[in-house]
Design a protein around this ligand. Structure first.
Ligand SMILES: CC(C)(COP(=O)(O)OP(=O)(O)OC[C@H]1O[C@@H](n2cnc3c(N)ncnc32)[C@H](O)[C@@H]1OP(=O)(O)O)[C@@H](O)C(=O)NCCC(=O)NCCS
Length: 222
């Protein structure tokens, strides 16, 4: 059992959330529930006009990230755009800063699943055995990632999306609200699957697909 003196010796870190928009607020909510950080604050390019969100301070613009070279600060990037989130997450890693995942306590995650740094997992998510999630993913509210799925980096799985077993998602792909993906399907990098689609075959890189079954409607112009 920890004694009070030992507890005081534990160094608690701060959490800096990069991006104070809608997704930033969601990440802050989850981080506060985790009770793991001494203080939580934001970086956002609207600083100094934007000085707080909820009761949490916005302390600087994104370009000032270099000023936080401290071993007692964790970072997570809460920017909805997949490419931008991945770029900033990689900058944090390259600078030797601590990029952390933020996971809602209600999520059910297999002990054999691997969750990459900077990945955010929202309420009521289920991640099953041997799933692998790369860095800087968003696994949104009530999404399901079944066994042996492989999610690359910068992926966004929207609310209520369901991946059957052994699905592969390429870098920065965006799976819309309530999409279902058949077991074993592969979806390419930078591909968007629209709300409500059912993916039953593989989809290539850089397309937008919608419908049941999902079909390409255009290229993803990024
Ligand atoms: C697929 C998507 C990216 C297309 O967006 P877009 O490029 O702006 O396309 P548009 O809205 O101009 O629609 C183009 C056509 O596709 C149709 N379409 C768009 N989304 C569709 C969908 N999900 N299912 C079926 N048809 C769809 C439109 O009705 C339109 O058809 P039309 O040309 O016959 O009128 C977008 O509709 C979508 O589903 N985004 C995901 C949103 C999401 O999940 N958000 C999560 C937030 S957490």
């Amino acid at each position: 059992m920890l004694q009070w003196e030992n507890l005081r010796a534990v160094k608690m870190t701060d959490l800096i959330i990069v991006g104070a928009g809608g997704h930033g607020k969601v990440v802050a909510d989850i981080a506060q529930k985790q009770k793991r950080w001494k203080a939580i604050m934001f970086l956002d390019d609207r600083f100094p006009e934007l000085s707080s969100v909820f009761n949490l301070p916005v302390v600087a613009q994104l370009s000032h990230i270099n000023c936080f070279q401290t071993e007692n600060t964790d970072f997570v990037v809460a920017i909805g755009d997949n490419q931008t989130r991945l770029v900033w997450s990689n900058k944090i890693i390259e600078q030797g800063l601590s990029l952390v995942s933020v996971i809602d306590p209600s999520a059910v995650i297999s002990h054999s699943a691997q969750i990459g740094a900077g990945t955010v997992i929202l309420p009521n998510v289920v991640i099953n055995a041997d799933a692998f999630l790369g860095i800087a993913n968003i696994i949104n509210t009530s999404a399901v990632v079944d066994h042996d799925c492989q999610l690359c980096e910068g992926v966004h799985l929207s609310p209520g999306a369901i991946l059957g077993g052994s699905v592969t998602l390429g870098s920065c792909c965006w799976i819309g609200i309530s999409v279902s993906v058949k077991q074993g399907a592969c979806i390419g990098a930078n591909t968007i699957v629209g709300v409500g689609a059912a993916v039953v075959n593989d989809l290539p890189d850089n397309i937008v697909a919608v419908g049941v079954p999902a079909k390409e409607i255009s290229m993803n112009k990024l």
